[in-house]
Write a protein that binds this ligand. Sequence first.
Ligand code: PLP
Length: 381
Amino acid sequence: MFARRLDNLPPYLFARIDALKAEKIKEGIDVIDFGIGDPDLPTPPHIVDALITAAKDPANHHYPSYLGMNAFREAVATWYERRFGVCADPFTEVISLMGSKDGVAHIPEVLVNPGDFVLAPGPGYPVYQTGTLFAEGNVHTMPLTEENSFLPILEDIPKEICRKARLMWLNYPNNPTSAVAPLSFYEEAVAFAREHDIVIVSDNAYSEVSYDGYRAPSFLEADGALEVGIEMHSLSKTYNMTGWRVGMAVGNARVIQGLGTVKTNVDSGVFNPVQYAAIAALNGSQECVAQACAIYQKRRDVLVSGLQHLGFDISCPKATFYLWVPVTGSLSFAATMLEKAGIVVTPGIGFGEAGEGYVRFALTQPVERITAALERMGEIL
Ligand SMILES: *Cc1c(COP(=O)(O)O)cnc(C)c1O
C-alpha cells in the first residue's frame, strides 16, 4: 500500500524505549524523563501576550504570506545583525519557516536530484537523513568523534562523493553531542563548499542556549558564507516555543528563493499572530533567554558532577541542553536505566550508527528530579 520511499526510512529505534516507558508508567512507576529535547519552561509572557493581541484582530485570520510578513523578516534581519553582525536583506535573504524542521525537511527538494549525495553529520538530527531520502538522494555520513571535538574532518570525505554532493549539513551547537564549532571551522567549510560547489546549510537552533559566557557564532559570520549557503534558525529552543512552529532561514538569496518556491507549493506560511509573537520575542528584551540559560546551567552542573561522581567520563558542555554520555551498548544501557531506575535517556544509536557508545540526557527536568535520578542511579550502578 505504501510507496517504497517509506520502506527506506530507518527503523524507529526509540519505539522499544517508548513502549517500555508506557509500561512503567502504567505500573505506577514515577518515570523521570531525560529523553525530551523540548524546554520544560513556559514561553515568556510578553510573547504570549503579543499572540493574544494579534489573534483578536480579524485581519490576522486569513492566509498569511508564503514567505513571512515583512515585519517578521525585518525583525529576523535586525536580530541577525544585532546578534551576529550579519547583514542580510530581509526580502531576498530571509524567509519564515514553520519551525526549522520545515526547512530541514524541505531543503533537499530544492537542491538534490535522485542519486545525488548529501553530507550529514553522524550522530545527527534524524531529519537530515529522512529529508534526503524523500528527495531520493543518498546520505554520506560525516562521522563526529570525540577525538576531533565532534567536528567532521572535511578532507576525509572521498573525492567521488564530493563530486556528487549537493548539500552539506552543519549543526553547532550540536544535537546530540553538545559540541560547539569555532568560526575558523566555518571558514574551512566555506572554502570546501567553494572548491566542490556544495551548498552548506547550517542548523543553528541552539545558538542562544549557552553557558559560562560562551556565545556561539553563526555560520553566516564566516567570510563568503552568504555566497555558499544558508542558516536555519528557530524560536523553539531560544524562547521555549517548540509548540508554536516558527523559525527562519537566512542566507544566500538563490537558495532562499528555491526554498520559497518549494514551500509555496506545500504550505501556506506561519499564522500571522505567531509571527507577531516571534517579532515580540526577537525585538524584545533578551533577559528571558539569559534566565532560561541560568536555569539549564544549574541543572547541567548538578547532573555533570553527579554523573562524574558515579564514574562517567564527561565534561561540562558550553552549549545546548544536552549531555552526551559515553556508555557501552546504548540501547541496553537505556533499557536498564528504565527497567531498574525508571529513568528515560535517549540511546545514541537513535541518532545513527555513529551515535552508538553514548546516551543523551536532556536538561529538561528541574534540579529536584535530577537529584532524585542521580540517587536512583547510585543504587543500581
Ligand atoms: C529542535 C531542533 C530543530 C527543530 O526545531 P524546530 O522546533 O522545528 O524549529 C532543528 N534542529 C535541531 C538540531 C534540533 O535539535
